[in-house]
Design a protein around this ligand. Structure first.
Ligand code: ATP
Ligand code: MG
Length: 335
């Protein structure tokens, strides 16, 4: 059998808005959990998506795969993969997802090899059981599980955490995806195996030309792995840019504040400054800047009306009318 081949393709998200869809509650702005999200991930590129808990990262990811949680619907926006429009609320065959806890996605009572073989047969209808089993062993080798023929016959409880995540990545690539969405893929893993799993995702990105969206709270990992970084706050993208530039000279006061409370960076600057206040819940979101109540630069203008996401330097965009001064020369700074 041949090794996995993907059809390299960009994923493009334009004007995405997601909202609660509850019986008896009228749809509209008040129900919006995510709004005005636009970005692309090119084939062979890894893009990071960061932001505080509840900012809408996983919902955005689920919209890309088409697997929306019950009670949430895509209200606006288009998603295209390789130029092809993805209908809302329909599982997109070109998108594979991996999550934080592989145990919740693996079936505990089915052998690992059979779970991968099932994914192969779902994608390639008509593949015989024996061919799919052979392919599953190849895939386990591809995700660097040693002694793959014997491992294929084992159950998830016989795998370590890192090995289970490799098996999940195996199931993901058995779908021959163009896009891989990795939602905190290493958060639940021991720090010693995190690097190996990230190396594997990176290698598959390069070899298969995958467009990878990496969701993480670990800005260090993003800095090491991602060409570009997207930052969300309260359901909106607040800043996008090349990772090194964005982290060196953040433009949005939220991103600046976030970086000031990372101990390693703050120690280097001699000061740890926790971000004051809390993220407002969706029912307290205002039409204007949702960070305004925590922002030292905020003026009345910030809260009055939606702030546009605006380019201020090559490849850099921010949703702020008072961007940080250091970022304004950012087009000149390089990684
Ligand atoms: N199925 C759902 N029904 C109702 N609200 C939801 C649902 N899923 C998510 N939400 C709400 O949407 C918002 C965004 O959630 P999401 O899971 O995308 O956040 P996140 O950025 O992935 O956070 P974390 O870093 O904690 O994973 C939150 O306010 C959350 O409570
Ligand atoms: Mg999440």
């Amino acid at each position: 059998m041949t090794t996995t081949k993907t059809r390299a393709a960009d994923v493009r998200i334009e004007g995405l808005a997601l909202e609660l869809d509850e019986p008896g509650v009228p749809l509209g702005e008040a129900q919006r959990l995510v709004r005005d999200v636009s970005f692309t991930v090119a084939a062979g590129e890894m893009v990071g998506l960061a932001g505080e808990s509840g900012s809408g990262k996983s919902l955005t990811a689920s919209a890309i795969s088409g697997l929306m949680p019950v009670g949430v619907r895509r209200a606006e926006g288009t998603i295209t993969i390789g130029g092809e429009i993805c209908p809302p609320h329909k599982r997109h065959p070109d998108v594979a997802m991996i999550f934080q806890n592989p145990m919740t996605s693996l079936n505990p009572s089915i052998r690992i090899g059979d779970q991968i073989a099932e994914a192969v047969r779902l994608r390639h209808k008509g593949t015989s059981r024996s061919d799919a089993r052979r392919r599953a062993v190849e895939i386990l080798e591809q995700v660097e599980v040693s002694n793959a023929p014997a491992r294929a016959k084992q159950y998830p409880f016989e795998f370590s955490g890192g090995m289970r995540q490799r098996a999940m990545i195996g199931i993901a690539i058995a779908r021959d995806p163009a896009v891989l969405v990795a939602d905190e893929p290493t958060t639940a893993l021991d720090v010693t195996v995190q690097r190996g799993v990230m190396d594997l995702i990176d290698r598959l990105r390069a070899e298969l030309g995958l467009a990878v969206l990496l969701i993480s709270h670990d800005l260090g990992v993003m800095n090491e792995r991602c060409d570009r970084l997207l930052v969300m706050y309260s359901g909106e993208l607040v800043e996008v840019g090349p990772t090194g530039q964005l982290l060196a000279t953040p433009a949005h006061p939220y991103v600046d504040g976030l970086l000031r409370c990372i101990p390693d960076r703050a120690m280097a600057a001699g000061k740890l400054e926790p971000l004051a206040g809390q993220v407002p819940p969706p029912n307290r979101w205002i039409p204007g800047c949702r960070f305004a109540e925590r922002c030292a630069s905020a003026t009345a203008e910030c809260e009055a009306a939606p702030i546009r996401f605006t380019a201020f330097a090559p490849e850099r965009e921010v949703r702020c009318i008072h961007p940080q001064a250091a970022s304004l020369g950012a087009g000149r700074s390089v990684r």
